[in-house]
Design a protein around this ligand. Structure first.
Ligand SMILES: NC(=O)c1ccc[n+]([C@@H]2O[C@H](COP(=O)([O-])OP(=O)(O)OC[C@H]3O[C@@H](n4cnc5c(N)ncnc54)[C@H](O)[C@@H]3O)[C@@H](O)[C@H]2O)c1
Length: 504
């Protein structure tokens, strides 16, 4: 089988993706010919490609021609990166088929169209494979290798080896809408938008995603960057393709798009870029740790989660009687609430650490509620402050923030708060992707680590926190909202049952 440096590659469509893909193949030694819709666009876009390569100090030789048949003469691989329009791609593939190149492998970089349908348009679905590069293709290491139902296994293998030869990581997946990364991030984006509609400011959502989950960019800033119209269109596609109400678009985003407020490109979307850039908005909502505090005693059934956090001590005989007690709750809020009531009756000052929805109804009066997120470098806290639900940031909460050195944001009493809600819903989608056979758990984790720079893959997260806890979180969200978005998938339920049985 030819290695990348022995390949003759034709890249069709010289938007940002096609230009990046052409450069990546050329940098690896392939002979690359680039083609756009007509002579002028081919010449102009090839010039842009060369300038971009020079600017990055990686000049590459590429041949440019608008004559598709001539470009295909002797080619081993055609990568199509033309505009995301089924009719345009169909027409192109029919013209490629008409040149009669029987040994040619055809790769599509489509983000949302069916590889099977494009395979049929080409006429030989065994030779058509999805190679979903990420933007910018020159820098992103991940490529999703998408096997259509009729793609020949040896074509998928060859495509995977070429991707590896480009110095990239290939993740194999089946031909399902949105493939892996964009599919698993759907709930991340939906929940971020819903949180805004439920009273959490956009910079608070993004600050939590960054500080508690280690995401490079918050989901709302990312949506603004992509363009809300693009996201809305892909949400509508997902809803139509899956026929599942959990993929329905969020009305606020539809309203913003109708008003022309489609994100950073026009200066306004979830953020108003003229008023305040996202980084400044986040800076405004994240409060530094307050100064000075006495010791805080850690207790409760989920205390393990916070062991080792500086500033938290165990309850011993010589603990000062006035020390604040941080009660890390797990599972059953009703039972934990009864324990907290006993502690209050014994004169202790209690703060609750939890994201469970059940606390909205049972948190005892005067008890503060937060969720600490310790990372290797620092501690970050989501602090519930909700006048409507009469749950306020108490002086004891301030003492916990001071003792642990936690920076924090304030938010209303919503189930899962922000961080856990984003993770539970993404994890559920990831387990669904594994259950339906779209990709393996290992592939899913690699895809999210490389495609989104997430520090933990979603199935690794389930293993780490326990499938039963993720299930409890989703069940609570479903009960609280009545929304089918939170329906746990059957495999997660089975995993949770297994986790609970093995634990007992
Ligand atoms: N932009 C992204 O972030 C991204 C990421 C991954 C995948 N993709 C996919 O990659 C593909 C290209 O994306 P893009 O953002 O570069 O698109 P784009 O719309 O910016 O550019 C498309 C290019 O195709 C050319 N073109 C249109 N019709 C053509 C034809 N018949 N023959 C030859 N060239 C033609 C256009 O002139 C243009 O240069 C799409 O399928 C898209 O879904 C995009």
């Amino acid at each position: 089988m030819a290695t990348v440096d022995e390949l003759s590659v034709v890249v069709v469509g010289l938007g940002p993706m096609g230009r990046g893909i052409a450069r990546v193949f050329a940098q690896s030694g392939a002979r690359v010919t680039v083609v756009d819709a007509d002579e002028t666009r081919t010449r102009d876009n090839a010039e842009v490609l060369r300038r971009e390569a020079d600017r990055d100090d990686r000049p590459v030789p590429v041949t440019a021609t608008a004559d598709l048949a001539a470009a295909l003469d002797g080619a081993d691989l055609l990568v199509e990166a033309v505009v995301e329009d089924l009719a345009v791609k169909r027409d192109l593939l029919a013209r490629v088929a008409a040149t009669g190149s029987t040994g040619l492998v055809v790769a599509t970089n489509t983000s949302s169209l069916s590889v099977a349908e494009l395979g049929r348009a080409f006429g030989d679905p065994t030779r058509l494979v999805g190679l979903h590069f990420f933007n910018p293709a020159t820098r992103m290491r991940l490529v999703e290798v998408v096997a259509g139902p009729q793609t020949a296994p040896q074509v998928v293998d060859r495509a995977q080896r070429w991707v590896t030869g480009l110095g990239k990581t290939a993740v194999r997946c089946a031909d399902t809408p949105n493939f892996v990364v964009n599919r698993i991030c759907r709930p991340l984006y939906y929940e971020a938008q819903l949180l805004v509609t439920q009273g959490v400011p956009a910079p608070v959502v993004d600050a939590v995603a960054q500080a508690a989950l280690g995401h490079r960019m918050g989901p709302l800033e990312l949506l603004d960057f992509t363009g809300l119209h693009t996201h809305l269109a892909s949400s509508e596609t997902a809803l139509r393709e899956f026929g599942d109400p959990r993929y329905r678009p969020i009305p606020l985003t539809r309203a913003l798009v109708r008003a022309g407020l489609t994100g950073r490109g026009v200066g306004r979307g979830y953020y108003d870029y003229a008023a305040e850039p996202p980084a400044a908005a986040r800076h405004r909502v994240v409060r530094p740790a307050p100064a000075g505090s006495g010791p805080v005693v850690l207790t409760g059934p989920a205390a393990d989660r916070l062991h080792g956090v500086a500033g938290l001590i165990g309850d011993t005989a010589d603990t000062p009687a006035d020390a604040v007690l941080l009660y890390a709750a797990a599972g059953d809020p009703g039972r934990c609430a009864a324990e907290i009531t006993d502690l209050l009756a014994a004169g202790r000052t209690v703060v609750l650490d939890s994201s469970d929805a059940g606390w909205l109804d049972v948190a005892p009066p005067g008890v503060g509620w937060l969720r600490l997120h310790p990372t290797a470098e620092r501690v970050f806290a989501e602090v519930v402050h909700d006048d409507v639900a009469a749950i306020c940031e108490t002086t004891a909460v301030t003492a916990v923030l001071a003792a642990t050195g936690a920076s924090s944001v304030r938010l209303p009493a919503l189930p899962g708060l922000v961080a856990d809600r984003l993770m539970y819903t993404m994890a559920n989608e990831a387990v669904t992707v594994v259950e339906e056979g779209t990709a393996t758990a290992a592939a899913v984790d690699t895809a999210l680590r490389l495609g989104m720079n997430h520090p933990v893959g979603p199935t690794e997260y389930v293993d780490r926190v326990g499938a039963d806890r993720v299930l409890d979180g989703l069940v609570a969200l479903a009960r609280f909202t009545g929304d089918p978005r939170y329906r746990p998938c059957p495999l997660l339920r089975r995993q949770a049952a297994g986790t609970a049985r093995r634990r007992s």
